[in-house]
Write a protein that binds this ligand. Structure first.
Ligand code: BES
Ligand code: MN
Ligand code: ZN
Length: 500
């Protein structure tokens, strides 16, 4: 889909559809307070006002109405999309409104869309959000279908701002890069485990790195053994598919300060549970267990193009957790790269084992700040459902940066506790640590386990188990992989110098 800035006046634009976001009728001042929506209403003979008055349309979030051959406009259709109450309107809401508009129009074979935005305060942020919403709204998880004769595609999405704006083209382009990278992560996450093995994931990362000028290094099993990554290797040993540790490096031309950001993503291409095998119901969903890794690779794709002034290194430990005859057994004790020993009480708590070695390795590469993303626990889904990503932090300043980035980019995150009391729950009589604690507080003890491998390096952990996959479509997003984390991790790196 092509992204454009449209500078022609509303009546001149020859789009298949012009979309006006409008507010809930109970908003302060009513629903039609946006200038550009008022202009569209006037040109179309008061159509929007009449819609509100009829009671047919109230402007609530994602509600739509469409007028064919609107008088006064060259466009074929005029569409209104509810943007909710104007006093609750944010760029995050607008992102989803743009996505909902696109997903409403796409099945109607609409090829070109003009999306109306008022000029003025915050236009860069609003225009960027609209573009992101449209591009992520356009993604379908149908790459593996051979019969796509019913699928339609939108060819162009134009942001229409009266008078245009000098800096806006660049803003739209940056938004496009972020959203396309989020879709790149979703396409990876959508591939099933027979196609996307750890080696295949490494090949994809390598190809992307070559395209965008990142350095890519892939550590194989022998190298991991040499280094002493016993926890990662222990998880991998039950599968015929060899593990890899994918490392992507971004270096700015000129570095400012001495920050070196490390992004770590869980890349379990399939999680059967291993010998502590999962129930067969819904086990197919465990192809999603590399969504953290995909998010990190997607963020690096964007970072490579947006070129922030700090170095960023991504590490994705990729394995398949299987119950083969060589699989690790409950009760096995592994020696991690850090030197700490771990008693593997449950082979299904594999994410923290591979991340332990990746976090330790990230520190040895000189990362000064660490952020990981992982579909780590079912317990975070119990705690937060499918709305918020669970956030755990060892450092308030880094936490502040991550939370601010997440808010700006419309990814909902909720802070979880990491008090020392939880550490008491991780005691093994035979090794330095067990890989699981008691039943309650499972997302927290998992995070507490990871913290043991971050030492004193500021670290934030994102448990995306509840947010990485949509079981049902939303008006603005297809069902399947959400690509959560890409926007926040990219924003974190890109805004590092300017913030906090
Ligand atoms: N990948 C899973 C986490 C998961 C489970 C995500 C269910 C989404 C839905 C992880 O590797 C896992 O199996 N965690 C276990 C940990 C337990 C054995 C302590 C879990 O959450 O059940
Ligand atoms: Mn597991
Ligand atoms: Zn897992």
């Amino acid at each position: 889909m092509q992204i454009r800035l449209e500078v022609q006046s509303i009546e001149q634009v020859e789009a298949d559809a012009i979309v006006a976001p409008v507010f809930d009728k109970n908003s302060p001042g009513g629903g039609l307070t946006s200038e550009i929506a008022q202009a569209a209403n006037d040109l179309a003979g008061g159509w929007i006002e009449e819609l509100y008055r009829s009671g047919e349309f109230s402007g609530e979030l994602f509600e739509t109405a469409m007028l064919y051959r609107p008088p006064g406009l060259k466009a074929r259709r005029l569409v209104v999309v509810g943007a909710g109450r104007s006093d609750r309107f944010t760029p995050a809401v607008l992102r989803n409104v743009a996505g909902a508009a696109l997903r409403f129009l796409k099945p109607k074979a609409v090829a070109s869309i003009g999306f109306l935005l008022d000029a003025g305060a915050g236009i860069a942020e609003r225009a960027g959000a609209a573009v992101e919403g449209a591009i992520v709204g356009d993604f379908e998880p149908d790459q593996m279908k051979t019969d796509k004769k019913d699928s339609k595609s939108v060819e162009s999405f134009a942001v229409m701002v009266p008078g245009g704006d000098a800096g806006l083209e660049d803003t739209l382009d940056r938004a496009r890069i972020v959203a396309e990278s989020q879709n790149f992560a979703r396409a990876l996450a959508n591939e099933p485990a027979n196609r996307l093995t750890p080696s295949a994931l490494a090949a994809r990362a390598h190809e992307m790195a070559a395209q965008f000028g990142l350095e890519c290094e892939v550590l194989d099993k022998e190298r991991m053994a040499q280094l002493g990554m016993g926890a990662l290797l222990g998880v991998a040993q039950g599968s015929a598919e060899p593990p890899v540790l994918i490392i992507l490096r971004y270096r700015p031309l000129e570095e400012t300060g001495n920050t070196h950001l490390g992004l770590v993503g869980k890349g379990v291409t399939f999680d059967s549970g291993g010998i502590s095998i999962k129930p067969s119901e819904d086990m197919d969903k465990m192809k999603f267990d590399m969504c953290g890794g995909a998010a990190v690779i997607g963020a690096m794709r964007a970072i490579a193009q947006l070129r922030p002034p700090i170095p960023v290194t991504a590490l994705i430990p990729a394995v398949e957790n299987m119950p083969g005859s060589r699989a690790q057994r409950p009760g096995d004790i592994v020696t991690t790269l850090s030197g700490k020993t771990v008693e593997v009480l449950n082979t299904d708590a594999e994410g923290r084992l591979i991340l332990a070695d990746a976090l330790t390795y990230a520190r040895s590469l000189g990362c000064t700040h660490l952020v990981d993303a992982a579909t780590l626990t079912g317990a975070i889904v119990v705690a937060l459902g499918h709305v918020h990503t669970g956030v755990f932090a060892s450092d308030d300043a880094l936490l502040g940066r991550v939370m601010a980035a997440a808010r700006r980019k419309g990814e909902k995150m909720w802070l979880m506790p990491l008090d020392d009391e939880y550490k008491e729950l991780l005691k093994s009589p035979f090794a330095d640590l067990p890989n699981v604690g008691p039943r309650w507080g499972g997302a927290i003890t998992a995070a507490m386990f990871l913290k043991e491998f971050t030492d004193s390096v500021p670290w934030v952990h994102l448990d995306i188990a509840g947010t990485a996959w949509l079981d049902d479509a939303k008006p603005f997003l297809a069902k399947g992989p959400s690509g959560v984390g890409v926007r926040t991790l990219t924003e974190l790196a890109v805004c590092w110098a300017g913030q906090g």
